[in-house]
Design a binder for this molecule. Structure first.
Ligand SMILES: [Zn+2]
Length: 389
C-alpha cells in the first residue's frame, strides 16, 4: 500500500522546499515519489499535516555505551575533569549498562534519529545495534600515550571491530591528547582507504595549550595517570595544525566538537584539501566546557558540517532537534535551510550512509518527520517533532 503525506512544506533537503508538497512512501518507508500540488496523482488519499515534513535526522556523534552515566558527571568543569570523572564512573553492572543502551537507542529513534555515528571502547553495544531500527556506524576508539603499546592497541581495536557489522564499522583514534605520535603513524600504516576516521578535536582550549606551549591541565592529567610526557614537544600552533598531517591523506575524517577551532585552523583544514567533516555537538560543549564553537565562522568557511549529540554522560537528551534549538538560540542568524543539511544529509555523507538516508529522494528510506509550530522556517524552543515514518 502506498501512503501519501502532505504538509505546508516538504523539505527534501537535496532539492528546494515544496509548498503543499506531497510525498509517496511504501509500507517500508521507501520514497516512491515527491510531488507538488499539480503533479500529485489524482484520486489518491492524502494525509495532510500542519507543519514541515523533513527526512529523519542523522546523529553523527554518540557513545551509546556511556548511556548509564546520565546525570552522573558534574557539569561545566572543563574537559580534563570530565574525562577523569568518566574514567572513574563508567564501570557499572552489565545489566545496568545494557538497559541504559536499549533505552537510549529507543529514545533516539523516537526523537527522529535514523542513523548514528557511535564511538565504542568495547563490544557491549553490538547486540543493541543489531536489533535496532537505527543504522549505526561504529567507530572503535584507540587510545595510547605510551609509544611501546601502539601496535597492541591497534590490534585490540581490530578485535573489537569484528563484533560489529563490517560494512559499517571502522577503527579510529580517540583524540590528539590521548594518542602518541607513534600510534598516529602506526594507525596510518594499518588502515585501508575506506576506513572512516572520527576524532575528538579541540574540545577544550587545554588541548591547544598542550600542543602550542606544552602547558595546561593535560600535563596534570598525565602526571595523575603516571605518564611522563617527556617526548612531547611544544609545536607553537593549535593541535589540528600539527596532528592533521599524521592522519592518512585519503581517508575521510570527521572532526568532532571543534569548540576551540579558530578561523586559522579552518583555513588550514581547507588548504589540506582532504575529505573532512566538522561535527558540532553544542549541548555537550555547554555541559562540559560551558562554551560553544564559533558557529558563524564555520557556517561561512566550511561546507561539510554535521551534528551530534555526544553521549548521555555529557547531555540530558539524545535529540538532534534539541541540538538545533541550541544552535538557533545562540546564533539567531543561522538559516534553517542550512542547518537542516547539517542535521541530515551531511551526517549521512560523513557516515557513508547517504545512499539510503539523509534526504527525501525516490528510492531512499530516510524516515519522515513532521516539524510543528515553526514560524517562517525558524527553529525556536516551541518547535515540536512527530515521526510520521
Ligand atoms: Zn565523544
Amino acid at each position: 500500500m502506498v501512503h501519501y503525506y502532505s504538509a505546508d512544506y516538504v523539505m527534501p533537503v537535496t532539492s528546494s522546499p515544496i509548498k503543499n508538497g506531497v510525498i509517496a512512501m511504501d509500507e517500508n518507508g521507501t520514497v516512491l515519489g515527491i510531488y507538488d500540488n499539480d503533479s500529485v496523482p489524482k484520486n489518491v488519499e492524502i494525509e495532510r499535516f500542519k507543519g514541515v515534513l523533513i527526512p529523519g535526522f542523522i546523529n553523527a556523534h554518540c557513545h551509546l555505551e556511556l548511556s548509564h552515566l546520565l546525570g552522573k558527571i558534574p557539569q561545566k568543569q572543563g574537559l580534563v575533569k570530565f574525562i577523569t570523572e568518566v574514567m572513574s564512573n563508567r564501570g557499572a553492572d552489565e545489566d545496568i549498562v545494557y538497559e541504559a543502551m536499549v533505552a537510549a537507542d529507543k529514545v533516539m529513534y523516537a526523537n527522529g534519529i535514523q542513523a548514528v555515528g557511535d564511538h565504542v571502547n568495547s563490544t557491549v553495544s553490538a547486540k543493541v545495534k543489531e536489533a535496532s531500527k537505527i543504522a549505526y556506524h561504529t567507530f572503535v576508539e584507540i587510545l595510547g600515550l605510551r609509544e611501546e603499546e601502539a601496535i597492541e592497541k591497534i590490534d585490540e581495536a581490530r578485535e573489537i571491530e569484528f563484533s560489529f557489522d563490517s560494512e559499517h564499522a571502522s577503527i579510529t583514534l580517540h583524540a590528539p591528547y590521548s594518542c602518541s605520535k607513534v600510534l598516529f603513524k602506526a594507525f596510518k600504516k594499518s588502515i585501508s582507504d575506506d576506513n572512516i576516521i572520527s576524532i575528538h578535536n579541540q574540545e577544550s582550549e587545554e588541548e591547544n595549550k598542550l600542543f602550542r606551549y606544552k602547558t595546561g591541565e593535560f600535563l596534570d592529567f598525565y602526571s595523575q595517570i603516571g605518564f611522563p610526557a617527556d617526548d612531547f614537544k611544544a609545536q607553537a600552533r593549535n593541535s589540528i595544525q600539527t596532528y592533521m598531517s599524521y592522519l592518512p591523506a585519503r581517508n575521510r575524517v570527521i572532526l568532532v566538537h571543534n569548540t576551540y577551532t579558530s578561523l586559522k585552523d579552518l583555513d588550514f583544514i581547507r588548504r589540506m584539501g582532504r575529505d573532512v567533516f566538522l561535527c558540532l555537538c553544542p549541548k555537550a560543549n555547554l555541559y562540559i566546557e560551558d562554551a560553544l564553537p564559533k558557529v558563524s565562522i564555520f557556517e561561512q568557511n566550511a561546507s561539510n558540517i554535521a551534528i551530534g549529540t555526544d553521549s548521555l554522560a555529557s547531555n540530558d537528551t539524545l535529540s538532534i532537534l534539541d541540538e538545533l534549538k541550541v544552535l538557533h538560540r545562540h546564533f539567531p542568524e543561522l538559516d534553517f535551510n542550512k542547518t537542516l543539511k547539517w542535521a541530515t544529509i551531511n551526517g549521512a555523507k560523513a557516515l557513508s550512509l547517504d545512499e539510503g538516508l539523509g534526504s527525501l529522494e525516490v528510492g531512499k528510506t530516510p524516515g519522515l518527520l513532521l516539524l510543528k509550530n515553526m514560524n517562517h522556517f525558524k527553529i525556536t524552543d516551541k518547535v515540536e517533532m512527530e515521526r510520521i515514518a
